[in-house]
Design a protein around this ligand. Structure first.
Ligand code: DP6
Length: 399
């Protein structure tokens, strides 16, 4: 029913956003509705060449209702977390546009949103962080909202607020009841520590794990250790971590990263009933890394784990070849995927390691236990793409 003879009148924006991997973990909410955490956290956003979400959001007066497509499938836009983001975006847009009539009309139009990841959901990588950050960033550009929008992304998924920026990013716990001070802040931008590299070890796993949302809710309700961590550990650890990043002190950074991952998983074990996200392979990787670091006489590589068995390693570029050789020796790929075992940034590694090192690592090789490795680095925040990159066609439907 296009009676004014115009072609498509509307507006469309496409953006990308990174995933992030925390080195000081978020684990626990004090407010479930606004998604306010029990402690501050800190992560690095990862390079979008290898891991990213892309979202197109379009508005048009011809659209009949709000619609959403995720990874090629139409989904209900009634999802409460998506609604929380959408409502807050539109509220902010209205506040800004109240004296500009031509633009305020656009606010009554329906929105079509299409989002996809460039990595398989089955890999168990924190896709909700990149997804919600991308959704909120894209909508903020669509409606010309200026200023920080990390508190809006936070309403989609807590960790998403950190993906609104690149480099090393802190999410401050805040004190206010309305959450206005529980936002993301850049600790160091992407160029600050260019030697920092990241290896994502995608671990083979059949088990369906407790979601972070449910897991941390049970921890808040039953773990005394969670309260101890929030009150007595994270505040000083956060200061030390920020200092280590500012001074590019890898030894300190690596020790704090390892300890904080283990503490989050200790809180999970202190939860009743206990939650365990790691599997045998995860534990073997931990043993391998501690033996390797000890053999080297200092920390060359740090591991961290989220709500699943995958390991993420933070290390300096000069040590990537040795560490990948080690991984390839103890967790060799099955024959058919040798070419795609190491993905992302190219690594020159060896297929054997020294006898001396074999003598100190308490493991036998486990073929196929790691599905593949993504070799990447710290990256930038969300990006705006040109119109050609749109995921929606001129009818507002997926391409
Ligand atoms: C283990 O952000 O996925 O990855 O806020 O309920 O959506 P919700 O949880 P989510 O939790 C992530 C937890 C973590 C640690 C971290 O990223 O800090």
């Amino acid at each position: 029913a296009n009676n004014d003879n115009t072609t498509w009148s509307g507006r469309s924006v496409t953006c990308t956003a990174p995933i992030n991997i925390a080195v000081i973990k978020y684990w626990g909410k004090r407010d479930e509705q606004l998604i306010l955490p029990t402690n501050s956290s800190l992560s690095a956003s990862l390079d979008q060449d290898h891991l990213k979400s892309t979202t197109t959001a379009s508005i048009s007066k011809e659209f009949k209702r709000d619609r959403l497509w995720l990874n090629g499938k139409e989904e209900s836009i009634e999802n409460p977390r998506i609604q929380n983001c959408l409502i807050e975006i539109r509220r902010r847009a209205r506040k800004r546009k109240h004296n500009d009539d031509s633009k305020s009309e656009m606010l009554n139009w329906s929105v079509h949103i299409c989002s996809e990841n460039n990595f398989p959901t089955a890999a168990g990588l924190a896709s909700s962080a990149a997804g919600y950050a991308c959704l909120v960033y894209t909508l903020s550009k669509l409606y010309d909202i200026n200023g920080d929008v990390s508190d809006i992304a936070r309403r989609g998924s807590g960790s998403a607020c950190r993906s609104i920026y690149g480099g090393f990013v802190q999410w401050t716990v805040g004190e206010k009841k309305n959450g206005s001070d529980s936002i993301a802040k850049v600790v160091a931008d992407v160029d600050h520590w260019p030697e920092m590299r990241v290896l994502v070890l995608v671990v083979s796993d059949q088990k369906k794990h407790t979601s972070s949302t449910n897991g941390m809710r049970n921890s808040v309700n039953t773990s005394d250790f969670l309260r101890y961590r929030a009150e007595h550990v994270v505040p000083s650890r956060m200061e030390e971590m920020i200092k280590a990043i500012e001074e590019k002190d890898y030894q300190k950074f690596a020790e704090l990263t390892i300890k904080d991952s283990n503490q989050m998983h200790a809180v999970c074990l202190d939860t009743y009933p206990p939650i365990s996200y790691m599997n045998d392979t995860s534990r073997k990787i931990i043993n391998m890394i501690h033996a390797f670091n000890k053999y080297q006489g200092e920390l060359k590589v740090a591991y961290t784990y989220d709500a699943g068995p995958n390991a993420v390693l933070y290390l300096l570029d000069e040590h990537v070849p040795d560490v990948v050789s080690l991984i390839n020796y103890y967790f060799p790929p099955c024959d058919n995927i040798r070419e795609t075992f190491i993905r992302g940034l190219k690594v020159d590694f060896k297929t054997d390691i020294s006898q001396e090192l074999k003598d100190v690592v308490p493991l036998e090789p486990s073929p196929g236990a790691i599905k593949y490795v993504i070799s990447t680095k710290v990256g930038q925040g969300p990006q705006i793409l040109p119109n050609e990159a749109s995921l929606l066609n001129e009818n507002g439907l997926p391409n």
